[in-house]
Design a protein around this ligand. Structure first.
Ligand code: F6P
Length: 525
């Protein structure tokens, strides 16, 4: 299958994307649901290529694997776990079985407990919440709280993740310990950064007149470890190991979102995700948005070989979405072996990066338009913003978003470039100046357009991307739900700690590491 697609890529390599446009293309190469539209017309995918990509998905068993995931089978094979973050947003409570047991009563009971606790905190004197977590226990909630800031009617939420003391020091400096709630978010409750920050926050609260015994809560799968940290069970919100860290914002790890926007807003976010789940399970082939988003990704990375993709939300409040997607996609699909432990026959997932428009236009878009590598771009934009009195800003924002994908598609040839500067230069200088103003164009992009960034829509977008990662992972034959690649660095850091502290020698380390340790020790005050 891979070869067929690579042959197809070679066949269409010389063709320009603009040349495949006909009157029907815009609608043919878009997926529209009741709630949003995903346009991939500005890629070099034509009907034949799409048919091959859909065949690839079929041959790799995407639909069967999807059904297995929703049915609670242990598709996380290396860890022997089900993958059921979808159960956290299964608001109607239809049974979801794990090892012969329906997990939904417990999921819904926890959601109700979270809501009762959130109501209590929101009605109390608490003005600020500090979520201490890292990776999946930080990036999702932090991204969502920013995305949904127009809906915040609860305490201010702050996020501390880095073990760098600068992070927690800068956050706590601004807060009153007597009116701050600390949420310790850690699936395992062993992550060194989170536990170090949690202990520092507890000491700060004690020293500054707060009461850690009342103002700490925990979000974790480990009751034993939260109890050992002196957080009473009544303030522990648990979940099961079938929720992966980077997929966990839909349950207890999303508590800070609920504290910020309230239980109803949080439920609307879950509804958005649930609605996308239903679409993903029901829509056929080319009508299926996550499937098509994934196939566009496969075409660009595994078939055409583009090493990265840029996520470009023209939505300031999605400023943290690229970082969130970086973990979601790169921790899930950055693997070199398949489920059976055999090397992948194609590249793994791409580097995912980005920043909101229009800011990026004044920073890195130069390379996207004129650099030597092709970087597929994924634009996102809302039909309307929340600032009714600033509609002209939103019009400008959208104009810029659409203009960028148009520029990437069309480019500017030498003749046009020449005519742009013909009144200023002539002869050889005209040629030299014109060459700098050429845009190759023919650079692929997609656009996701949605009505407004409200809780429901955010839920849709996040679930869309989760399923995209799932589909790409199934097509690659990898396990998207483990993350062994983060372990080696953690082990070495633990071993290096006494060396850094000066209580153990750097013997046995490579020369470079030894020299760095020497330099550190010599230059410390
Ligand atoms: O080190 C990677 C990782 O395990 C992520 O997968 C996870 O989201 C993060 O660390 C935090 O883990 P925990 O929630 O257990 O503290």
């Amino acid at each position: 299958m891979w070869d067929v697609l690579k042959t197809q890529a070679a066949r269409v390599a010389e063709r320009k994307i603009i040349d495949v446009f006909d009157d029907a293309r815009a609608d043919d190469f878009a997926v529209q649901t009741q709630h949003m539209r995903f346009d991939y017309a500005k890629t070099n995918i034509d009907a034949a290529t799409r048919a091959m990509l859909l065949k690839l998905a079929e041959a790799k068993g995407v639909a069967a694997r999807r059904d297995a995931m929703f049915a609670g089978e242990q598709i996380n094979e290396t860890e022997g776990r089900a993958v059921l973050h979808t159960a956290l947003r299964n608001l109607d409570g239809d049974a979801v079985m794990v090892d012969g047991q329906d997990v939904m009563p417990e999921v819904l009971a926890t959601l109700d407990r979270m809501a009762a606790y959130a109501d209590e905190v929101r009605a109390s004197a608490i003005t600020d919440v500090v979520n201490i977590g890292i990776g999946g226990s930080d990036l999702g909630p932090a991204m969502a709280v920013q995305a949904l800031s127009p809906y915040r009617d609860g305490p201010r939420c702050h996020f501390v993740s880095n073990v760098d003391g600068a992070h927690i020091a800068d956050v706590l400096r601004e807060l009153d310990a007597k009116t701050t709630l600390v949420v310790v978010a850690s699936k395992t409750f062993t992550t060194i950064e989170t536990m170090t920050n949690a202990r520092t926050a507890r000491a700060w609260m004690k020293e500054n007149g707060g009461d850690p015994s009342a103002q700490f809560c925990a979000l974790s799968t480990s009751e034993e470890k939260t109890a050992a940290f002196d957080i009473p069970a009544s303030r522990v919100f648990g979940f099961e190991d079938w929720v992966g860290g980077r997929y966990s914002m839909w349950g207890p790890i999303g508590l800070s979102i609920m504290l910020a926007i309230g239980p109803d807003g949080f439920r609307a976010f879950l509804r958005g995700g649930q609605d996308m789940d239903r679409h993903f399970c029901a829509a056929d082939g080319r009508e299926n948005m996550p499937l098509m988003l994934a196939l566009v990704g496969i075409w660009h990375r595994q078939i055409l070989g583009h090493a990265s993709r840029a996520v470009l939300p023209y939505d300031q409040r999605l400023g943290q979405l690229p970082a969130y997607l970086q973990q979601l996609e790169m921790e899930s699909n950055g693997k070199s072996v398949d489920m059976g432990g055999k090397p992948l026959p194609v590249e793994s997932g791409p580097v995912v990066w980005g920043a909101p428009g229009t800011n990026g236009q004044h920073a890195f878009y130069q390379l996207i338009h004129q650099g030597t590598s092709v970087i597929p771009c994924e634009f996102m934009v809302a039909c309307e913003g929340h600032e009714d009195d600033l509609k002209h800003h939103h019009d400008l924002l959208v104009a810029n978003c659409f203009a960028q994908s148009e520029a990437l598609l069309k480019g500017r040839d030498l003749d046009e470039a020449r005519s742009k500067v013909a009144d200023k230069f002539e002869g050889a200088e005209l040629e030299r100046q014109a060459a700098h103003r050429v845009f190759a164009g023919n650079r692929p992009s997609t656009t996701l357009i949605y009505p407004k960034l409200d809780p429901f829509t955010l839920g849709q977008i996040i679930a869309l991307y989760e399923h995209r990662v799932f589909v790409e992972g199934v097509i690659l034959g990898i396990n998207s739900y483990d993350q062994w690649g983060v372990e080696l660095g953690k082990e070495l850091a633990t071993a290096l700690q006494p060396v850094i502290e000066g209580s153990a020698p750097a013997d046995g380390k490579d020369g470079s590491t030894q020299a760095l340790v020497d330099y550190l020790h010599k230059h410390r005050g």
